[in-house]
Design a protein around this ligand. Structure first.
Ligand code: WT7
Length: 659
């Protein structure tokens, strides 16, 4: 990052101390940082004791063959037992594990005792269908309790699940089933989306014409819609689970037994199957959920709005919260069905105390206006989380004010599918927070920012985010492709490959900077940095500057090839409900960016649009906007959440050339 651009994010001077009451009773205090830095492995060995091990591990980390790590390798445990049975055995069987809220307004509350029975029945059903330890099972389900049950049933018998997001196409499912060589697929007739039943099973039928090796398809009845059935292959979930015993003895599996594969969207090339294993993964998922959200399992009501198809759903709906005995909300639908206050209605209904959501959702709520959450009682909320992309300072402040009542601390959590669990985040009872910064590696985690030569940059400078010590929930490899694992994550800054200093550095692919206090600010994927007249400018910073103007709800910035400056900044903005597009406003926005970031960062063009193209996990697809900005035909849109968005945007813009 250039130093001009660097100076600007650092201008963010608002600070928010942790609430005194939360700090006084916090699960984790500042002492954890010191303890973990004195004895990092001892710290993680202690965290592993949050779990119930059938065989206690005596080894913590085996890093004798880097970058292939083994954690707690001589320990044995059953992940499902840890997430369910042990709470029932501890007398907590009547505690609600899941308050399920269906999109149409149906729902049920499932206690830990009931969840145990359902998981056992499903595990017995999988065994009856011939699934054995080590087999792979693909899961393609809406956000319904059976998704949680299916994942835990796999974990229980040692089958490795591969959850594929329910919004992915038949082709995307087929390539994932093929790559993992799944033996069974678990799906549903459909799910509810935007007020209507939306079919899922036909995508599986189509996918299975393209792959082989799948013996059975287990189908949950959710919507009751007409569903094609292949005799002999397809089995109704309720029919097979109803006749199973609710008893199943969990077998202990090796700590390094593969728990799941999760494919990263990967903007180019074949999707990567990120492999996570059992003991280390569950240790870090449970610890971080306890530490970052300050979870008090007996009194909190936790809600993570992610889909189970993403890693956030794996670690912070299924494994972390359930390992910790939490009570949580699982919601099937969209935030605006049947009205734009649906999330807040759910918070009020269940008395949600901890909310974990994404910046894209927060910006959407900003766009809808603060009078919508104001109609609901949100006073139960005490910790707010953010994940998925850098959160613009203005969105952060809005979230704190209008959702958190100006009192709930925000934890901006940086991590990835590959890291398995949160890595960089404030601690709500410890950290004085800064809007827009994830701040500091958690206790036991080592992160820093380096330059092209892998040298740590001084405070106040930018570069690449790297992780300099292995961590328990790290990916173990790319499924079936160890070389790709090495090439993608370890070759850029690590010894034996390019660096002689002996330090293995995991390259996250994100740009970052350290401020004068050494706090980390994430700047987006390195591919999203623009080069304007020889200056590196991050798309995130220009976007944050634009969202800092009262007329702007959301923005996406790209660098378009430019004959004079190399790249020129083109900004797409969505205005807030109260603003209207005028040439004066566009000039004002350009001037505003110039004032905030410096003249070099002034967008050459600002295009007012109604929507932005996003992936199904809410990330802006800048590649498609670059196509528009450069006047090209728009490229592959198959991973867009809403495929009509690009034509909508194009219809809202004047023909190219007239800017
Ligand atoms: C990428 C990982 C982690 C679960 C959801 C996404 C970006 C994620 C933050 C944050 C800035 C963030 C990074 C990262 N990202 N959280 N708090 N601040 N950027 O998982 O799909 O594997 O994406 O999301 O660019 O590398 P994922």
């Amino acid at each position: 990052m250039s130093n001009e651009s660097l100076a600007n994010l650092l201008k963010e001077e608002r600070r928010f101390a942790p609430p005194a009451e939360l700090a006084a009773g916090a699960n984790v205090t500042a002492a954890a940082y010191a303890q973990a830095s004195e004895d990092r492995l001892g710290f993680w060995a202690e965290q592993a004791r949050r779990l119930s091990w059938a065989v206690e591990p005596t080894e913590t980390l085996d890093w004798s063959n880097p970058p292939f790590a083994k954690w707690f390798a001589d320990g044995r445990l059953n992940v499902a037992y840890n997430c369910v049975d042990r709470h029932v055995e501890a007398g907590l069987g009547d505690r609600v594990a899941i308050h399920f809220e269906g999109e149409p307004g149906d729902g049920r509350s499932i206690t830990y005792a009931q969840l145990r029975d359902e998981v056992c029945r499903a595990a017995n059903a999988l065994l009856e269908l011939g699934v054995a330890k080590g087999d792979r099972v693909a899961v393609y389900l809406p956000m319904i309790p059976e998704a949680v049950v299916a994942m835990l049933a796999c974990a229980r018998i040692g089958a490795t699940h591969s959850v594929v997001f329910g919004g992915f196409s038949a082709d995307a499912v087929a390539s994932r089933i093929q790559d993992a060589r799944a033996k069974l697929v678990i799906t549903a007739d459909g799910g509810y989306r935007r007020g209507k039943p939306s079919a899922l099973k036909p995508a599986i039928d189509e996918a299975l014409t393209k792959v082989d090796g799948v013996e059975h398809v287990l189908v949950v009845r959710r919507t009751g819609q007409d569903t094609p059935f292949t005799e002999g292959r397809d089995v109704w979930w309720h029919e097979i689970t109803d006749r199973q015993s609710a008893e199943h003895t969990p077998e202990p599996h090796e700590a390094e037994h593969p728990l799941f594969i999760l494919y990263t969207s990967g903007t180019t090339g074949k999707p990567k199957g990120i492999l996570h294993t059992s003991g280390g993964y569950l240790t870090q998922a449970a610890y971080t959920h306890h530490a970052v959200f300050d979870l008090k399992p007996a009194t909190d009501v936790y809600w993570c709005t992610a889909d189970i198809g993403w890693v956030t759903g794996h670690s912070y709906i299924v494994y972390g919260p359930l390992a910790n005995g939490a009570t949580q909300v699982v919601y099937e639908g969209t935030p605006d069905t049947p009205h734009q206050g649906r999330f807040w209605e759910i918070v009020q209904k269940y008395g949600v105390t901890i909310l974990y959501t994404a910046p894209t959702a927060i910006r959407t709520f900003m766009k809808w206006g603060e009078d919508i959450p104001a109609k609901f009682d949100l006073s139960s909320l005490r910790v707010l989380g953010s994940v998925g992309e850098p959160i613009n300072p203005e969105a952060w402040v809005w979230y704190r004010e209008h959702i958190g009542g100006g009192r709930a601390p925000i934890v901006d959590t940086w991590w990835q599918t590959e890291t398995g669990a949160i890595m960089i985040s404030p601690l709500p009872g410890v950290t004085e927070t800064k809007p827009g910064s994830a701040q500091r590696a958690l206790p036991g985690i080592a992160a820093t920012v380096v330059d092209d030569e892998a040298r740590e940059v001084p405070d106040g400078s930018g570069g690449y985010l790297v992780l300099t010590e292995p961590w328990p929930s790290m990916l173990r490899t790319v499924w079936g492709d160890d070389q790709r694992y090495i090439d993608t994550y370890w070759s850029r800054f690590s010894p034996g490959l390019t660096r002689p200093d002996g330090i293995w550095r995991y390259f996250a692919g994100d740009g970052a900077k350290k401020d004068e206090d050494g706090d980390i600010w994430l700047l987006g994927r390195v591919d999203d940095v623009m080069l304007v007249s020889g200056h590196n400018i991050s798309t995130t910073e220009v976007e944050s500057a634009l969202v800092g103007h009262p007329a702007v709800a959301e923005s996406a910035v790209v660098g378009a090839t430019d004959a004079t400056t190399g790249q020129a900044i083109v900004a797409f903005v969505i205005l807030r409900g109260t603003a209207t597009e005028t040439p004066e406003l566009v000039d004002e926005l350009r001037a505003h960016v110039g004032k905030t970031l410096g003249p070099i960062a002034k967008p050459k063009q600002i295009k007012v649009v109604g929507e932005l193209p996003k992936t199904r996990s809410g990330k802006i697809m800048r590649r498609l906007l670059r196509d528009i900005a450069e006047g090209r035909e728009v490229g592959d849109t198959t991973t867009l959440a809403d495929s009509t968005v690009m034509s909508l945007i194009q219809s809202q813009l004047p023909p190219t050339g007239s800017a």
